[in-house]
Design a protein around this ligand. Structure first.
Ligand code: FDA
Length: 527
């Protein structure tokens, strides 16, 4: 961490008083004065600031929230470059009765990192993005405002035999992603991003900066999978990198219903979680066609990364999944970082620097998503009926990501993320729409709820589980003033965290007994 601190303290000496003061009601002035007193070199954007709209919108990934009423938007946006600024923002917010929301990459599916029904201050970590490597033990300190793309790019710039097991979308922020778990193409081999965190820095409700030792093992356990927003502002993670081969192989095989997609999906769900852990095959099912006289149908894409070369992959596929009829010509060898670009949807000649573009439009859309974990194969007939529903809307996906591998060997209590052994795969349901209108949103969200209801007999139950990073407020919410009890929150809490929910609530009580850090799905203090 010393490198980060050294560089930041240089920055602090060259900053001057940069508070943008535009008077609002008296209380606003007080907040700005409080910030100036506690920390003289901070930047605060008020609602009157000309830059407020662009700073506010910059990191929003689901623009469906853009038209939200002003009442839900922050009173102030603080964009700290140093940890003490965050401490000041927390203390001043507390003094003035405001809540805080923390934003790293802004991908929260329900906008919880930047919208609230109660007056609040947004702490946006966009300027906390430094990544420093220690080549001796292959660890790195990554500040939470960095994106996965920035992390992957920087790893690959140093070494082509190391990688990091996290999500496939480069614009996702490490702050929210790692604190909620984080899975992707290396998960069967190495587990989640959160499984590779060895230390962290967090600013608590008293404005104190805590590392692993100071926050204690229970809080350190909680912020790995339990979400960061209930516990404080995480400023940086210390992560351990993992080994990747110089050559990996990728393929994507598309099959429509007419080409036997359903039979292949059925076979996939029996074998994908049992395959050698060097092989990750996910299935993306989507509706295609419907325009220019092309018949609407369902297509399944078998999208894979193998940690090895084509020569080793082909016999493995012939043995385990001959029905897919994978051939050499379907496969491509490349480096791990090229595979990152491939999975992010970029053509093969795209410069790696695209990973540094945190505003890339490719991933921004109006959508609603939900998730399930599957612990026994779903009958083919149920898939058939689910696809009939998919044909009723324009753009809908089911992304099925296999578990198994090391995920079955890591105990459910190792970190707060519990969905390990016993699960075959995860499903993410996504529906997208093109026009940001309330009626469009309502219609698609209704469709999604119907699909979710339809799937209930076929997925995990008691409780029906969900992945915290695929946030879904339909599962239940806290009272807006944070009055929800531990027992009430258990309704949705056990869906995300199973039996780890109680331990999370106890960790919450130990670090934030007054429940300062709260939102619609934050963990209330135990008792
Ligand atoms: P954002 O900044 O919105 O934060 C999300 C939540 O974490 C909020 O509650 C926020 O307050 C809190 N938080 C953020 N930073 C914090 C900090 N520093 N300290 C404390 N709390 C903090 N997931 C996955 O596992 N694999 C994948 O491949 C993908 N792919 C993907 C693609 C796209 C296009 C989207 C929109 C999302 C994904 N995700 C994903 C889901 C993603 O992991 C999830 O939305 C993360 O919470 C996003 O983290 P951000 O920091 O970007 O979000």
């Amino acid at each position: 961490m010393n490198n980060i601190e050294a560089s930041l303290s240089i920055k602090s000496t060259i900053f001057f008083l940069m508070i943008l003061v535009f008077t609002r009601p008296i209380i606003s002035k007080d907040f700005l004065q409080c910030m100036a007193t506690r920390y003289s070199t901070t930047i605060v954007y008020t609602r009157d600031s000309t830059l407020y709209p662009s700073v506010f919108q910059k990191s929003q990934q689901n623009p469906r929230w853009l038209n939200s009423s002003l009442a839900f938007k922050p009173l102030y946006i603080v964009t700290p470059s140093q940890e003490p600024e965050i401490g000041a923002a927390i203390l001043c917010s507390r003094e003035h009765g405001f809540q805080v929301r923390v934003r790293s990459g802004g991908h929260d599916y329900e906008g919880l990192s930047y919208l609230s029904r109660t007056p609040f201050v947004l702490i946006d970590l966009i300027h906390l993005r430094m990544i420093t490597f220690n080549t001796e033990d292959q660890t790195a300190w990554v500040q939470c405002g960095a994106t996965l793309g920035e992390l992957y790019y920087n790893i690959a710039q140093r070494n082509n035999t190391y990688g990091f097991p996290a999500g496939v979308c480069p614009t996702v922020g490490v702050g929210g992603h790692i604190s909620g778990g984080g899975f992707g193409t290396l998960t069967r081999k190495y587990g989640l991003a959160a499984d590779h965190v060895v230390d962290a820095r967090l600013v608590d409700a008293n404005g104190q900066v805590l590392d692993r030792k100071l926050m204690g093992e229970e809080v350190f356990w909680a912020i790995r999978g339990g979400g960061g927003a209930s516990f404080g502002v995480i400023t940086a993670w210390k992560i351990k990198l993992v080994l990747v081969p110089v050559t990996v192989t990728v393929f994507t095989v598309h099959k429509s219903l007419e080409q036997g997609a359903n039979k292949l999906i059925d076979k996939w769900q029996w074998i994908a979680y049992k395959l050698p852990e060097d092989l990750f095959i996910r299935v993306i099912v989507q509706n295609i066609g419907g325009n220019y006289g092309v018949k609407k149908t369902i297509q399944a894409s078998f999208n894979s990364m193998f940690l090895g070369n084509i020569q080793s992959l082909i016999p493995l596929m012939k043995h385990s999944f001959p029905e897919l009829e994978l051939e050499e010509k379907d496969c491509k060898e490349m480096s791990w970082i090229e595979a990152v670009l491939y999975f992010a949807g970029h053509p093969s000649d795209t410069p790696k620097e695209v990973l540094l573009d945190r505003d890339h439009q490719l991933y921004k859309s109006y959508f609603k998503a939900k998730s399930d974990f599957i612990n026994q194969p779903i009958p083919e007939i149920a898939f058939q009926q689910a696809w009939e529903r998919h044909l009723q809307v324009n753009e809908a996906y089911m992304v099925m990501e296999p578990l198994g591998g090391i995920m079955s060997r890591i105990p459910e209590t190792q970190i707060a993320f519990p969905h390990r052994g016993g699960n075959l795969y995860n499903i993410q349901y996504i529906v997208k729409w093109k026009v940001n209108e309330a009626e469009e949103a309502k219609r698609h969200i209704h469709w999604m709820r119907m699909l979710y209801k339809f799937m209930s007999p076929y997925v995990s139950n008691s409780p029906r589980t969900a992945y915290f990073n695929y946030r879904d407020l339909d599962l239940g919410i806290n009272g807006i003033h944070g009055t929800t009890s531990y027992v009430e929150a258990g309704d949705w809490g056990t869906k995300y965290f199973k039996n780890n929910f109680e331990r999370l609530a106890k960790a919450k009580r130990s670090i934030d007994p007054s429940n300062f850090f709260r939102d619609e799905q934050s963990i209330p203090p135990f008792g």
